[in-house]
Structure formats: structure tokens, C-alpha cells
Design a protein. Structure first.
Length: 95
């Protein structure tokens, strides 16, 4: 697993602890280093947590640093996650 906290996130969601889940999603999408954000997208997608994946991408698209956004896009492309990279670009442009 490329983003170990994904297991914790799955537990929070399963237990209905949405406040904690949302905090983790918001942090990794908007504040964590780009590598962690890209790893989170990959891990959540691989675990079938599609809503979490979508939320992370949305938070990442809203980052103030467009260099970070581009770095995340680049990392997703390297990991063969072109659809997620495209979604991130589209949302970042719309912001």
C-alpha cells in the first residue's frame, strides 16, 4: 500500500466516524506533501473508496500552490492514473 493511512480511513468510514475521515481526507488533499496526496489517491482508488478518492482530488485541485497541483498530476501520471490526473487538472482549472 502506497499510503498507509488508507487503512485507517477505511476503518473510520466503516465505523461511521466521518468527522475523522473527512479531516484526514482534507489534510492529505490540501496540505500534505504532493507525494502523499498522490499516494492517497492511488490507495483509496485501489481500496474502492471512490468518494474518498474524489474528495482528495477536489481538495488537491484547490491548493494555493499550483506547483503542488502540477507535482501531484505528474506523480499520478507516473503511477498510470491518467484519469485521476485529468480530473485533477480539470478541477484545478475550474477553480
Amino acid at each position: 500500500m502506497s499510503w498507509p493511512p488508507a487503512q485507517n480511513l477505511a476503518v473510520y468510514i466503516t465505523a461511521g466516524n466521518y468527522e475523522r475521515a473527512n479531516g484526514l481526507i482534507r489534510h492529505v488533499g490540501s496540505e500534505a506533501i504532493p507525494t502523499d496526496a498522490a499516494d492517497a489517491v492511488v490507495s483509496c482508488r485501489d481500496l474502492g473508496m471512490l468518494e474518498a478518492t474524489d474528495a482528495i482530488i477536489s481538495y488537491a485541485a484547490g491548493r494555493e500552490s499550483k506547483d503542488d497541483v502540477l507535482h501531484i498530476v505528474h506523480l499520478l501520471i507516473q503511477r498510470n492514473r491518467r484519469d485521476d490526473a485529468e480530473t485533477l487538472v480539470e478541477r484545478a482549472v475550474a477553480n
